[in-house]
Design a protein around this ligand. Sequence first.
Ligand code: SAM
Length: 192
Amino acid sequence: NFRCRSAFKLLEIDDQFRLLQPGHSVVDCGAAPGAWSQVAVQRVNSAGTDPELPRGTVVGIDLLHIPPLDGAHFLSCHDATDAATQARLLELLPAGRAHVILSDMAPNASGFRDLDHEKLVTMCLSLIDLAEKALLPGGALLCKYWDGALAHSLQARLCGMFGNVRSLKPDASRKDSAERYFLARVYREPAR
Ligand code: SAM
């Protein structure tokens, strides 16, 4: 009873890496229709389903409408790459910080593979800006990208900010698609 099959990609990654712990604060970028948020709500206990465990927070953002979900706060019709949205988001997070930023965002594909790749890399760069504002030290960023020429420079940026960065292709992701995910863990806050 997930809203979309994409839930299985996040379940698979989280079963392997245990990113989402009870009590955690999670941002879900490109959240519509809400399947990743459903997974996050269960795993961080943001609906308070298990009263014995700490209660987490899930905030989802999408350009589209996201149908309501118990345990999640949604910013529907918002652009996650926009500075005003990111400021609004910080207000919704406890102490303005997140343990995990998830992004399954993708632009509408033009069909031109290089152009689509570049667009999505640009979106990933704005997630890096968000991470610098919102992530707790030790936190994680999981973001979708389409493989291509700029993937290495994106990975290098992440390696400068996180202790551990890897590229993943979940079994649940279609083999014939260029879709992959960067999982960047152990965020190191820059010295100020
Ligand atoms: N993870 C979602 C789920 O499990 O239900 C599916 C996400 S879908 C593959 C990608 C989403 O990214 C689309 O709903 C699209 O509207 C959204 N998106 C694309 N660009 C965006 C942006 N700049 N800000 C917010 N959402 C965006």
